[in-house]
Design a protein around this ligand. Structure first.
Ligand code: NAD
Length: 377
């Protein structure tokens, strides 16, 4: 692992998720931008001190010199470091699991995706919400025509934790997220809008054609947007609306997706992730529960417990890790992956996310992003 040391957020989620199915072991790392703090963390994790490195370059060198070198690296650092760290590991011949957004600039994302496409390494990107079984069930229902032609997609990712200027109070996570050089051009849209965008496309199967965006910065002095509304036009004519916000009081982690087709609609909310609401033309609405016998193979492969025993965020993240392990094994063994290793987020999805952020910021900063018609009264 690179990053994810003491006091970091997502690194610990990766460690819990990776260990859950026994497919991964944490054996080496450069856990912190501060080497001494990283070594102290590695010691607490019980790692061999010889495999706790000062930085990612030393880690590559050290691991290349070992017979029992790492299989893959998880990159859990701030956005602007994803490109140089991923590139270095890929070029050294390692498979990579990287956090989203893939990079801080579109140029870097294009270069990284090309490196993966032209090479023979695996690169997974941790779009968390595509790890949930009921999200896979929704994707399966759309793909098998159960909603008919898709008309509209509504997706939102509201959070409340940045509703005040916590970056000025030293909040470690907020400090780099509000710095355009470290976070990238998009604030909320890059940090969480990319999750929403991936989720909407993953379930609906739709490909974005164009968009128009309205970005706002509500917290005074903040350099990036903390609220975004984006109108989406998909290829084939379907429409979408995406909302991301870091200042939405009362929203802990309110990821919500609704997909409306000509025959039915689906609704999924990450704070109730074990349920999918399916409403059909004619008025019948049913709640589909995770673990039910008649779900798709994609959902079953990502389910651990019977219905009624809640599964959530950690299991969804573990499904990504199980999927990455299976994809890597399948690649090495030159076979097709089993269900858990299919439809997992890769470098190409990462590139699409960064391209989305770029288009949103371009749209919002255009002289006339959309024609605003004044109302008379
Ligand atoms: P954080 O600030 O909590 O942690 C960053 C860690 O990286 C720290 O330990 C820091 O010391 C370390 N670090 C920084 N530069 C480094 C370097 N060059 N070498 C080694 N270590 C370095 O950040 P976070 O909130 O955990 O976010 C990290 C990444 O994870 C971001 O890209 C973020 O967008 C992403 N993230 C994803 C999800 C998700 O749901 N998939 C959720 C939260 C964050």
């Amino acid at each position: 692992m690179v990053g994810g040391g003491q006091g970091a957020y997502i690194g610990n989620i990766h460690r819990i998720a990776a260990r859950q199915d026994g497919a991964w072991q944490l054996v080496a790392g450069a856990f912190d931008v501060d080497a001494a703090r990283g070594h102290a963390f590695a010691a607490r994790e019980g790692l061999d001190p010889a495999r706790s490195y000062d930085n990612y370059k030393a880690m590559i060198e050290g691991e290349l010199s070992r017979e029992d070198r790492i299989d893959a690296v998880a990159i859990c650092t701030p956005n602007f470091t994803h490109f140089p760290i991923s590139k270095a590991f890929l070029e050294a011949g390692f498979d990579v699991i990287c956090e989203k957004p893939l990079t801080a600039t579109l140029e870097d994302a294009i270069a990284l995706e090309k490196l993966v496409r032209d090479g023979d390494r695996f690169m997974g990107v941790t779009y968390t919400y595509s790890g949930y079984p009921m999200v896979h069930e929704a994707r399966h229902m759309v793909a098998t025509g159960q909603l008919g032609e898709i008309r509209t997609v509504q997706v939102e990712y509201p959070l409340e934790w940045m509703a005040t200027a916590i970056e000025t109070e030293g909040n470690a996570q907020a400090v780099w997220r509000t710095d355009p050089k470290k976070n990238g051009r998009g604030g909320s849209i890059g940090d969480i809008g990319t999750h929403a965008y991936h989720l909407a496309g993953f379930v609906s199967g739709l490909k974005l054609e164009c968009l128009t965006a309205d970005l706002a910065t509500f917290v005074q002095g903040r350099a990036l947007d903390d609220n975004a509304h984006v109108m989406l036009r998909y290829q084939g004519g379907a429409r979408g609306l995406l909302w991301s916000s870091q200042v939405a009081l009362g929203s802990s982690n309110g990821v919500r997706l609704r997909v409306f087709g000509e025959k039915a609609s689906l609704s999924w909310f990450q704070e109730q992730p074990n349920e999918l609401v399916h409403a059909r033309l004619g008025g019948r609405t049913e709640t589909i529960k995770r673990g039910a016998d008649d779900l798709s193979d994609a959902a079953k492969a990502r389910t651990r417990t019977p219905p009624g025993h809640p599964e959530g965020y950690l299991e969804a993240f573990a499904n990504l890790y199980a999927g990455f392990a299976e994809a890597i094994h399948a690649k090495r063994e030159r076979r097709e992956p089993t269900d858990i290793g299919r439809d997992i987020p890769t470098a190409y999805d990462g590139l699409k996310g960064v391209a989305f952020v770029d288009a949103v910021v371009d749209s919002a900063s255009a002289p006339n992003p959309f024609w605003m018609t004044p109302v008379a009264v």
